[in-house]
Ligand binder design. Sequence first.
Ligand code: PLP
Length: 405
Amino acid sequence: MEEIRQDFPILHEPTPGGGRLVYLDNAATSQKPRSVIDALQDYYETTNANVHRGVHVLAEKATQAYEDARIKVAEFIGAPDPRSVIFTRGTTEAINLVAWSWARPRLRPGDRIVVTRMEHHSNFVPWQAMARAAGAELVIADIRDDGTLDPDAFQRALDGPVKLVALAHVSNVLGTVNPVADLVARAREAGAVTVVDGAQGTPHVPVDVEAIGCDFYALSGHKMLGPTGSGALYGRLERLEAMEPFLYGGEMISKVHDDHSTWAEIPHKFEAGTPHIAGAIGLGEAVDYLRRLGPDRVHRWESDLATYTAARLREVPGVRVFGDLPERGGAVSFVTEGIHPHDLAQYLDQLGIAIRAGHLCAQPLLRRLGVTAVSRASVAFYNTAEEIGLLVDGLHRARSFFLRG
Ligand code: PLP
């Protein structure tokens, strides 16, 4: 563990209070290992040029590095062909790509889109907007009180003219790991195209898009050790080939005539303009780091630590932890009687403990939980049980501070 933590320079930065940083906001964004930071610097110092268009040495080197990163991401998620990986700014852009390029032209009045109650706004609002624009129906499959998806509600939602099913691999609020392969199989049986939001999937659980069987899988580089502004969309080749472009401009065309244009082959058809080249290369490096550690080991460590976190938090009087789960992604959300989540987060911050507070971009879920805001501690593989101890101590101190008298 000490060796792993040494790879992350920011974990050794003193906090404003002079103490050590306890970073428990990994679901928002992960910290970056030295190898990723170095790859970014090295790219700008030795390789920087625009990709695909140049004939000079640097352009070829940059293109090679960019395309190598695509191969790494494809291998990491079990995509059989690197052309099925489109670089995006993250999950939000990846889902919007599917919404605008696949769904918008295909949705008809009366069609149904199914999402789950635990979706992040990124995998909810685009579908709500597409449904409204097309006169289609958005159906939300509910969760059970233990924080898992209700399989019967999901099945009922599929009983109708369902065109598309969009669901999270791992919940950013509850930490629920959805049985995506099973859910996708059921959705496909009902005739739906499937979109999996993998923003909390790729950082925390081994991902194999072929085994999942989905049509699309979206991921965020910055949540899995990569740079901000990096991410990807996996899509089945035949789906991507049949889709119109998302953004128009340079890099994505084959021929531009005065009155019409033709498109480049995939994946370039979906990568208009100069991409985030350094970001993609940094993401490739992040993937290398995760593969060295082993996604299975990462998942076991994080799931055990998150389960331990939930158990320790439950011991604190007045704390209610959401989700009673056998395994978890990194997230554990809770409320503390008498202390607003924002006040708690601010108090803990003074102790050097970084957690998240608010609606966590999941207002439909929070309404179901009966709250408007929660506190969330979310772990990564570089977090320790000792840090969870500091969080729990901090919570006890917060209770005596806020609830005294
Ligand atoms: N989906 C889930 C489950 C998330 O947790 C997040 C980010 O918190 C997103 C989507 C959006 O990711 P991004 O902001 O990287 O596009």
